[in-house]
Design a protein around this ligand. Structure first.
Ligand SMILES: Cc1cc2nc3c(=O)[nH]c(=O)nc-3n(C[C@H](O)[C@H](O)[C@H](O)COP(=O)(O)OP(=O)(O)OC[C@H]3O[C@@H](n4cnc5c(N)ncnc54)[C@H](O)[C@@H]3O)c2cc1C
Length: 411
């Protein structure tokens, strides 16, 4: 028997099409596939590997291996009853219940989930696209590993890396890089706001500050990056006491840009309502406010809690939405009332260098190597698919007793 084509799969009665295979899309597909009598599911995702982004730092440092952090979609989805189309959704027509892909396919859907997430943005700062390295993809990790090797090999005086953005990504990355560089380069962490980790719990913020200090990472707050060039960055310094402003030219051997993300939506016709950051306005049931029957989740969804607060764009939110959304898709197909998504804040965990972390949540406030282990075990239980979790757990068990540091050659 021949496999149904993506067009047949999508057009099958009651088919659910999911655009984007990140935390929101992949986990929704897997949660739906676990339900009895689930409809045909088609996942459209252009990459061949899912990347578990919270563990990207450990991939950079060699504490974890690429197959653990970035499993292949064909392996993850095998035997789950989810068809995968390696393509990118370019346009959605909500009235016609159809979509177009980059490779020119026209697909119809019964229910659609838009889960295409967010993407880094330069906020218009000149030179970022050409000269800065991002931190989101496997290619970014390889690029950075190469740079670390180069800096360690050269050992010239006054080598310097700048990490832009002191949110969780910038702080976690600066700590790991400092441990990897082992003094081969100075690290500057540049933040335009007055404080690092502005949205974090105070315990984690203090742990982060201590971790950066211990590693001699120079934190510059209230400092704006005005331009990025191949060998330097131009900084707008904090205003002086008399209100005057000044600039500084800082020579660098590399710039890593973690300063922010913006919504990443395919074009939608008729246009859907968005917020100031381009996120799609959704009902508490995770449907587009102006197009019921089209669902959105993850970073792209603007969803408010009962107090009117917009939920953060985090893996934790996307992960929790997946299960809820699977239920609502089935309810929607059965023409039953939908249930609102209720987010449960489980706290926050940040990695702070090789073998260290800080966490607060579920009654725990902890830092150091114990927090690192708890963070790893928590993420183990969040990896996609039971068989992948078991393979990774087996690998970790066989690694027990091995030193954490100096494993950068693991692949
Ligand atoms: C380095 C890093 C570390 C992080 N650490 C944490 C953490 O510790 N805890 C936490 O809660 N959050 C963390 N986050 C944030 C978290 O990863 C995101 O909130 C989460 O990935 C959002 O999931 P998503 O599915 O909405 O988007 P994404 O995970 O970005 O997935 C979107 C998917 O859609 C695909 N796609 C894009 N456009 C199209 C298209 N047109 N058609 C089809 N597919 C498309 C992409 O290829 C991608 O696979 C981190 C983020 C980064 C970058």
């Amino acid at each position: 028997m021949t496999e149904p084509s993506p067009e047949q799969q999508a057009g099958a009665t009651g088919a659910v099409v999911i655009a984007g295979g990140g935390f929101a899309g992949l986990y929704t597909a897997l949660a739906l596939a676990e339900r009895r009598h689930h409809p045909p599911i088609l996942l459209i995702e252009p990459n061949d590997r899912f990347v578990f982004l919270p563990l990207l730092y450990e991939l950079l440092s060699g504490e974890l291996r690429s197959w653990e952090v970035a499993p292949r979609y064909d392996t993850l989805l095998a035997g789950h009853g989810v068809a995968w189309l390696r393509d990118r959704v370019s346009a959605i027509d909500t009235h016609a219940s159809s979509l177009r892909t980059e490779q020119g396919r026209e697909l119809e859907f019964s229910k659609l989930v838009i889960a295409t997430g967010s993407r880094p943005t330069s906020f218009g700062v000149p030179g970022v696209e050409n000269h800065a390295i991002g931190f989101r993809t496997l290619a970014d990790v390889e690029h950075l590993q190469g740079l670390v090797q180069e800096l360690r090999g050269r050992q010239r005086p006054l080598q310097r890396l700048a990490v832009v953005g002191a949110g969780p990504s910038g702080v976690e990355l600066a700590c790991k890089l400092a441990d990897l560089l082992q003094g081969a380069a100075l690290l500057e962490l540049i933040e335009q706001g007055p404080e690092l980790l502005p949205k974090a719990r105070s315990f984690n913020r203090e742990q982060a500050r201590t971790a950066l200090l211990r590693r001699d990472v120079r934190l510059r707050t209230s400092t704006r990056v005005l331009a990025v060039e191949a060998d330097h960055i131009q900084l707008g310094l904090p205003a002086a006491a008399d209100g005057s402003s000044s600039e500084e030219r800082l020579a660098v051997d590399g710039v890593i840009w973690t300063a922010g993300v913006t919504a990443n939506s395919p074009s939608i016709h008729p246009a859907a309502a968005i917020d100031g950051g381009g996120r799609l306005l959704c009902t508490p049931e995770l449907q587009l406010r102006d197009h019921p029957g089209v669902f959105v989740s993850g970073d792209l969804a603007h969803v408010e809690d009962a107090d009117g607060e917009v939920l953060p764009g985090t893996a934790q939110v996307a992960f929790q939405q997946a299960d809820q959304l699977a239920g609502n898709l089935l309810r929607s197909i059965a023409a039953e009332p939908l249930e609102p998504f209720l987010w449960r804040d489980l706290g926050e965990m940040i990695s702070l260098g090789v073998g260290e972390a800080s966490l607060t949540g579920l009654g725990l406030t902890l830092a150091g190597s114990a927090a690192y282990r708890i963070r790893q075990l928590t993420y183990l239980s969040r990896l996609p698919g039971r068989s992948h979790q078991l393979r990774v757990a087996a690998g970790w068990l066989s690694d027990l007793g091995r030193p954490l540091f100096g494993q950068a050659s693991r692949s």
